[in-house]
Design a protein around this ligand. Structure first.
Ligand SMILES: [Zn+2]
Length: 159
């Protein structure tokens, strides 16, 4: 239970992805028409997590297949940070959460489902959501529902 508080995103929608081939983040970044991508920057993008810890669970990832924070260049770091800020603002506008968890799992022991491609989780939180957290972590939200949330967030994205 406590573990879930710190690594709520351990259940990623696909396991593996050790190399760029078959990596879900490389694939999502390259697919211009992928409807779960809510924002595309020059060097990084924002995508919905198909196995969300809470409604509106986003992930910010660079386009390049990079494993750790030290592999990012300055421009990627800057853009990921900007996209984190924009994600918080869009989620606030669209869903009025009471708070957020934002973090990166490095290594499988820390809960990383996809180890080879760094991604920053942005998880909106609401007062009282802790009690059903462990249940949500195992529930696959219907893709249609996530697609609707993605549309809502695109519309709420700061200009
Ligand atoms: Zn990748």
């Amino acid at each position: 239970m406590t573990e879930a508080l710190w690594a709520p995103w351990r259940l990623e929608y696909v396991q593996g992805g050790a190399d760029a081939e078959g990596c879900i983040f490389c694939a999502a970044g390259a697919d211009e028409g992928y409807d779960l991508v809510v924002r595309r920057g020059e060097r990084a993008y924002v995508v919905m997590n198909l196995y969300p810890y809470s409604n509106g669970h986003l992930m910010v990832a660079p386009y390049r297949h990079l494993a750790g924070p030290g592999d990012l260049d300055e421009a990627e770091r800057a853009e990921m940070w900007r996209l984190l800020d924009e994600s918080v603002r869009a989620l606030t506008e669209a869903m009025s959460p009471h708070g957020f968890n934002a973090g990166i799992n490095i290594g499988r022991v820390a809960g990383a489902g996809v180890e080879g491609h760094i991604h920053l989780h942005v998880v909106p939180r609401w007062n009282g959501d802790t009690n059903f957290m462990p249940v949500l972590a195992d529930v696959k939200v219907m893709p249609e529902h996530i697609t609707r949330t993605a549309e809502k967030l695109r519309a709420a994205w700061p200009a």
